[in-house]
Design a protein around this ligand. Structure first.
Ligand code: S3P
Length: 181
C-alpha cells in the first residue's frame, strides 16, 4: 500500500472485536464501515454457517475472496474482515496493497469468552475443526504467521474496551497526510 489510502481493514481471529471497532473507527474518521461476512450473508441469502453446511469451507472461501476483491475498490471505508480471510495468499496480498491493515489480537481465553458471550455464535459461526478453546488455540498457532505477514500494524485488545482499542489504533496509524482526502 502506498499513500494516499482511504481503506482501513481490520483482520484477526473471531472474537477479536473487528466489527464493533470498525464501526467506532469509521465514526471517528467520518467514513463508512462494513462487516464483510454480513455483506456476504445478505448477498447469498444464507448465514455463514449455512453456507459452510451447503458448500463446505471451500465454497465459502471462494465467495469470501470474490467479495474481498470488490470491497477493495471502495473508498473511505473501514472493513471488518472474516477471521479466515488471511488463509489465501492472494487475499493477504490484496489487503496489503489496498489499504492499511490492522491486526486485532487477544489471547485464546479472551477470544473464547467473547465468542461464548456473543448470542449469535451458535447460529452463525460454523465449527472449524474440533470446536471450543482447543480449536482457537490450534488455529491461532497456524494462523498467526499469516495475520502477521498481512498486517501493517497490530493492536492487542485483551483487557481493553472497544473505545480504548480505537484510541490505540489512532495512535499508531500513519500521519493524516498519508490518507486520501
Ligand atoms: C471464520 C471467521 C468468521 C467467518 C467464518 C470463518 C474463520 O468471521 O468468516 O465463520 O475462519 O475464522 P468472524 O471473524 O467475523 O467471526
Amino acid at each position: 500500500m502506498s499513500p494516499p489510502y482511504s481503506l482501513l481493514f481490520l483482520i484477526g481471529y473471531r472474537g477479536s472485536g473487528k466489527s464493533i471497532v470498525a464501526r467506532l473507527l469509521a465514526e471517528r474518521l467520518g467514513w463508512k464501515w462494513c462487516d464483510a461476512d454480513v455483506v456476504l450473508e445478505a448477498r447469498h441469502g444464507r448465514n455463514v454457517r449455512q453456507i459452510f453446511a451447503d458448500e463446505g469451507e471451500a465454497g465459502f472461501r471462494d465467495k469470501e475472496a470474490l467479495l474481498l476483491e470488490e470491497l477493495c475498490k471502495l473508498q473511505h471505508h473501514v472493513i471488518a474482515t472474516g477471521g479466515g480471510v488471511i488463509l489465501r495468499p492472494e487475499n493477504r496480498q490484496r489487503l496489503r496493497d489496498s489499504g492499511q491493515v490492522v491486526w486485532l489480537t487477544a489471547d485464546a481465553q479472551t477470544l473464547w469468552r467473547r465468542l461464548e458471550e456473543d448470542a449469535t455464535t451458535g447460529e452463525r459461526r460454523p465449527v472449524l475443526t474440533v470446536g471450543g478453546l482447543t480449536e482457537i488455540e490450534e488455529l491461532l498457532r497456524v494462523r498467526e504467521p499469516w495475520y502477521r505477514a498481512c498486517a501493517h500494524k497490530m493492536v492487542n485488545t485483551t483487557g481493553r474496551s472497544a473505545a480504548d482499542v480505537v484510541d490505540a489504533i489512532f495512535a499508531i496509524l500513519p500521519e493524516r497526510g498519508a490518507w486520501a482526502p
